[in-house]
Design a protein around this ligand. Structure first.
Ligand code: F0G
Length: 455
């Protein structure tokens, strides 16, 4: 099918601003795009997290949700769907993905521990570092090259992983974490072959393996369409193969759960579930709601059923790829191959005159807002934050502006317009200036960081 796998039944208006208004807003918010009121953003590509459209069946589930504090039927629906897709029997519901990370890390991680993985997402890294643990990035080197066409740039480098597993006692490694797809690395998928190899290695060293499954269905779609061996395997069977033999997973329902809010952490073994569940009650809520309403849990269960549909995934991933192609047509340097949920503009190539110490990706994100009311997000030095020991800026290999595409929300016309705005910006790129930080929070600074222009 070359057309969308759904019809649109509820819409909301776009908001417009003038260039003068946008200039004032940028000055008022001190170049922080998170601080802009949504009504002052025309095309909000800040995130694909909780910003998509729900289906009519999800809406029905929201209305008929069971709001009982304990033993809610809606939780049972969610629990059953998760077990069906992942095989994990023990599920702790949480308010969102970072809640799941908090519960997992509270139960398993202590100071001095090491968590190897493929470029941990920033909240995951935050939960590890706040407990004085270390998140070790074992992603393949090719992930650093925006023009490398490796179809699985989220893959773990097995030699790097083995070096970490060899050089630390296994008691210091509570788990290895693979993020599917790898968000911080450009929405890049991890191949099933790689997941199976990592599983084998973790078993060899007696270390647990967890998946951050926020975009698991998009990852499964890439496996089906890019990994020859699985071309004829259904999405649901690919999912089951990804999770088989894994110890557990954290999930942000705001992505491939197709809901505005929600998450869970799920386990194969009851022993770890028991260890983590006390923290769930402390931070998230009782074990059968974890911060979600009954309606949200039921809609989340329905979303998980819809997300593993091949036609849904094709619609989703192909729209993102068309967006990437339109940007390329405007000669905008983008990260390739295109990821599942977003297109990443390469700010180092877009703004070669801005030093990395002057946050080129943040400068580009601000310029896109000024140009067309477009809100993307910086995935570069601001997000990479400071080294917790030396407090120096960490300079990542890539300076990217992520243009995340909310699910079932934008039309091709919208995305073509946005690509043209980036094309116009490219023509006047020399007028874009670098930035310097004037205020930052001690942890997860990118949400609230304030800047001024470097003259
Ligand atoms: N893991 C991944 C891979 C994520 O992308 C996110 C969130 C989380 C965990 C945390 O989940 O937001 O529900 O607490 N990513 C959002 C984004 C914020 O914009 O990419 P959460």
């Amino acid at each position: 099918m070359s057309y969308e796998s759904y019809l649109i039944s509820v819409v909301r208006p776009l908001h417009y601003t003038t260039e003068k208004e946008r200039m004032q807003i940028i000055r008022d918010t001190k170049f922080n795009l998170f601080s802009i009121p949504s009504k002052k953003v025309t095309f909000d590509l800040l995130t694909d997290s909780g910003t998509g459209a729900i289906s009519n069946q999800q809406l029905a589930e929201i209305i008929t949700g069971d709001e009982s504090y304990a033993g809610s039927e809606s939780f049972e629906k969610l629990n059953k769907t998760i077990t069906d897709i992942t095989g994990f029997k023990y599920v702790i519901p949480t308010h969102q993905g970072r809640g799941a990370e908090n519960v997992l890390c509270s139960g398993l991680l202590v100071s001095g521990d090491v968590i190897p993985g493929n470029t941990h997402f920033d909240t995951t890294k935050g939960h590890i570092e706040v407990r004085k643990g270390e998140a070790v990035d074992c992603t393949i080197d090719e992930a650093k090259y925006p023009t490398s066409l490796n179809p699985f740039k989220g893959n773990v480098d097995l030699a790097k992983l083995e070096a970490v597993l060899k050089s630390h006692p296994k008691e210091k490694i509570p788990f290895v974490l693979i993020t599917i797809t790898c968000n911080s690395g450009g929405g890049q998928p991890v191949s099933l072959e790689n997941i199976l190899e990592v599983k084998k290695m973790c078993h060899k060293y007696g270390v647990r393996l967890f998946l951050d499954m926020a975009r698991f269905a998009e990852n499964a779609y890439f496996i089906k369409t890019r990994e020859e061996k699985y071309r004829n395997t259904s999405i649901i069977d690919i999912c089951r193969k990804m999770f088989e033999g894994v110890d557990g997973a954290t999930m942000s329902g705001k992505k491939d759960g197709l809901v505005a809010m929600g998450g869970f952490v799920a386990f194969k073994d009851k022993e770890i579930y028991d260890r983590c569940s006390a923290y769930s009650i402390l931070y998230e809520g009782y074990l059968t709601y974890g911060g979600m309403t009954g309606g949200t849990m039921a809609a989340f269960a329905q979303g998980l059923k819809e997300v593993v549909d091949f036609e849904y995934l094709k619609t989703r991933v192909e729209q993102v790829a068309r967006f990437g192609a339109w940007l390329k047509k405007e000669e905008v340097p983008v990260m390739e191959p295109f990821g599942g949920h977003a297109i990443y503009v390469d700010a180092k190539r877009f703004l070669p005159h801005i030093l990395q110490s002057q946050f080129p990706a943040q400068a580009l994100a601000v310029a896109a807002y000024l140009e067309g009311g477009i809100r993307g997000v910086e995935i570069g030095t601001v997000l990479a934050d400071r080294d917790p020991k030396t407090r120096e800026n960490r300079y990542p290999a890539l300076e990217l502006v992520r243009l995340a595409v909310p699910r079932r929300t934008f039309t091709d016309n919208h995305l073509q317009h946005i690509a043209k705005a980036f094309g116009a910006l490219l023509k006047k790129r020399n007028s874009i200036k670098g930035l310097k930080i004037i205020w930052e929070a001690p942890v997860l600074r990118h949400f609230t960081c304030q800047f001024e222009e470097v003259s």
